[in-house]
Design a protein around this ligand. Structure first.
Ligand code: TYD
Length: 143
């Protein structure tokens, strides 16, 4: 069976991004630095999201990700095959770090939500595990 990292939901964490508030607005920066756990290779964003949508629903063999609610708010549920935890993202200056080997679903989107994703890899469908039962089996067999 393909290997899957033995990471857990305890490896997920909120990272405070460098931000510069002033009376005319706040500027937030994400750049490769010791504050970011990986080198950023790709950025994408999701918008026009219906409030009842569920996105995500996958894990990765290698890819690490940061998710940011650059507008609105939504929940990210993470699972390591044993436990679940919910993070509510609502501040554009906060990023949720999700390592490889952790399942995630995104839901409860407020109107006008925009999800910004920063990724450690280019897009590769072969890096995805999109079947939850398969994910749980892979986690049971990880070291
Ligand atoms: P998907 O992974 O299902 O999105 P989410 O996990 O946010 O619900 O991706 C939706 C579609 O976009 C799917 O056909 C794959 C494609 N896609 C790319 O072509 N490039 C990318 O970088 C990403 C993230 C997705």
């Amino acid at each position: 069976m393909t290997e899957h990292p033995s990471t857990t939901i305890d490896d997920c964490r909120i990272i405070s991004l460098e931000h510069h508030p002033d009376p005319y607005g706040t500027l937030t920066v994400a750049q490769n630095s010791s504050a970011i756990p990986f080198a950023i290779k790709r950025l994408y964003y999701i918008y026009d999201i219906p409030s009842d949508a569920e996105r995500g629903g996958h894990s990765h063999h290698h890819e690490q990700r940061l998710l940011v609610a650059v507008a609105g708010c939504f929940d990210v549920k993470v699972c390591d095959g044993v436990s679940w935890r919910t993070f509510t993202l609502k501040r554009p200056s906060e990023a949720l770090y999700i390592p490889a080997g952790v399942w995630r679903t995104l839901e409860n989107f407020s109107a006008g939500s925009v999800v910004l994703a920063l990724s450690s890899t280019k897009f590769d469908e072969n890096d995805y595990v999109r079947d939850f039962d398969k994910f749980v089996k892979l986690k049971k067999n990880s070291d």
